[in-house]
Design a protein around this ligand. Structure first.
Ligand code: NI
Length: 254
């Protein structure tokens, strides 16, 4: 079944129908969802939310746009969240020079601290990196070796994707691969072996064609699987099955 490795169902865009939507997932072919924290606040609400749904797990971490909320005290409080059941990864963490919400120095500082936290907790990392390819790679080489995890919503070159795969990381592919202007990501999907690809929505954002621009949800991953299957000349069921296996391995789920 479909494994959505990166979703944000805590978003207010799901307030109207969250329960109904999530309870319809299994009949739509979705078996597992990892809901990923982004804001400092979400580090507390997400672990709570996933307890309600047997097929959902949580990642806890602070997104680069939000690291202004971190200090030693709040970081310590965030760390306590990892004692909760079903918290299985550190994320999303990284660098975002597109929105440039926080200074690069502050982003780097908390990115490194959260990578060190993942090493201490022996958990995989979910990496967000936008327009920060070189700095992300530099930090990952120094602090991310051997951790395991995924470069989520991958947006860089196929050469760099191969480098991450060599370091033992997965490449997260979502709706963008179905976009007409998604040529670069289509090349990545062609080049990287299926054993190193994970499927994700990043919902409510980045819905695939034919729902581009609408609210995304995990059931739409089938369009992503179909596109990867087309690119690789295999069938969509193989893409769904293998990426589910990959995700279980990365997250340490039986
Ligand atoms: Ni995300």
């Amino acid at each position: 079944m479909i494994f959505d490795t990166h979703a944000h169902y805590d978003s207010s865009q799901f307030d109207e129908d969250r329960d109904e939507l999530l309870n319809s997932m299994s009949e739509q072919g979705v078996g597992t969802i990892v809901n990923v924290g982004a804001s400092y606040q979400s580090c507390f609400t997400v672990p709570e939310m996933v307890q309600k749904y047997p097929f959902m797990y949580a990642a806890v971490g602070v997104h680069p746009d939000e690291v202004g909320d971190l200090n030693e005290e709040t970081f310590a409080r965030m760390k306590e969240q990892f004692q909760k059941e079903k918290v299985i990864a550190v994320g999303e963490i990284g660098l975002d020079y597109y929105w440039d919400n926080e200074s690069h120095d502050l982003q780097k500082k908390w990115f490194i601290r959260q990578l060190e936290l993942a090493r201490e907790l022996k958990l995989p990392v979910l990496i967000h990196s936008r327009e920060a390819a070189a700095d992300t790679m530099e930090i990952m080489k120094e602090y991310g070796q051997g951790l395991g995890g995924v470069i989520h919503c991958y947006s860089y070159s196929k050469e760099m994707a191969k480098e991450y795969v060599k370091m033992g990381y997965y490449i997260g592919i979502g709706g963008v691969v179905t976009f007409k202007n998604g040529r670069k990501l289509k090349e990545v999907a062609a080049e990287i072996p299926l054993a190193s690809i994970l499927l994700e929505t990043d919902c409510p954002y980045l819905a695939p064609v034919p729902f581009r621009g609408k609210r995304n949800n995990s059931a739409y991953i089938k369009y992503v699987a179909e596109e990867i299957a087309r690119i690789k000349g295999i069938d969509p069921e193989t893409v769904i099955g293998q990426t589910e296996e990959n995700a279980r391995k990365m997250y340490g789920l039986a």
